[in-house]
Ligand binder design. Structure first.
Ligand code: ZN
Ligand code: ZN
Ligand code: ZN
Length: 277
């Protein structure tokens, strides 16, 4: 399984679109891995997870051919993961000689937007509404939608299985609910890799337990790891990646996070990171 991170930032990107904070100033100055576009991940060059306003840029930067893309998986409808206005460019007057006639967008009921039905009528777009715990075979992947703990109506995190390898894409979300943890336990799921939400960087996304987290920071990733280990979902060599960073955290700059990631044995995602499972 080839995993390619397109973007690795939270909603505003790093630097934030309009932001002049120290983190964003540093990113503008140093460029390279300090620049993080909005989050998306491509699996085996075939299955793209999430579709934000940076998709076009990332396709150019990393050589994704969007005309050949047949399946898209959406975690949730925050704009840093779902930017439906871009689909208009797939209409018959705007996209010719496509490698694939219909792009199928898989996700929760939130994703199937009325305003895009004209594209469905043109066979340029199709929606596949997945129920919670629903499973699909997509591009050779066995995909399971698990309910996330996040701020939209029906957010998902996805389990992707292929050729005996299991990848868990765990953003955007706080700790999984008891029901989802029970599902993972009962199915005997073991992660070869888990990609953690690390929006809060070194900070605690639950503010000392006073707030029901909708994202994670390092202290929460460590707690989530502990819960997954106790739940039987870890292997001795489970690979752990951290991604989806917010410029609002002063210590989130690439160099600082690299040091922290090394300390805990995490792989620090950056735009363009490629992994092979
Ligand atoms: Zn996000
Ligand atoms: Zn900023
Ligand atoms: Zn979100």
């Amino acid at each position: 399984m080839k995993i390619r991170y397109g973007g690795t930032a939270a909603a505003e990107g790093i630097p934030g679109v309009f932001c002049g904070c120290a983190v964003c100033r540093e990113a503008r100055e140093k460029k390279g891995k300090y620049i993080r576009t909005r989050s998306q991940v491509l699996f085996d060059d075939k299955l793209l997870v999430d579709f934000n306003a940076d998709t076009y840029t990332n396709a150019l930067r990393f050589g994704f051919d969007l005309s050949a893309l047949e399946h898209l998986l959406i975690t949730h409808t925050h704009a840093d993961h779902f930017y439906p206005a871009e689909f208009e460019n797939r209409g018959i007057n705007y996209a010719k000689e496509l490698g694939v006639e219909t792009l199928t967008v898989h996700g929760s009921q939130d994703v199937a937007q009325d305003g895009l039905q004209w594209l469905v009528k043109q066979n340029r777009l199709a929606f596949d509404v997945i129920e919670p715990y629903g499973q699909r075979q997509i591009e050779g992947f066995f995909v399971t939608a698990l309910p996330a703990e996040h701020g939209t109506s029906h957010p998902y995190v996805y389990l992707l299985e292929k050729d005996g390898k299991t990848f868990f894409l765990f953003n955007d979300s706080g700790f999984l609910c008891d029901e989802a943890m029970a599902w993972l336990r009962e199915k005997g799921v073991q992660f070869d890799a888990v990609s953690y939400d690390c929006t809060f960087g070194t900070s605690d996304a639950s503010f000392g337990g006073t707030y029901k987290a909708q994202h994670l920071g390092i202290p929460n990733v460590l707690e989530a790891r502990k819960r997954f280990v106790e739940n039987g979902n870890y292997k001795p060599n489970t690979l752990e990646i951290i991604t989806h960073f917010s410029h609002n955290v002063p210590t989130i700059g690439y160099k600082t996070m690299k040091k922290i990631a090394k300390q805990y044995g995490f792989v620090l995602a950056y735009d363009g990171l490629e992994l092979q499972l």
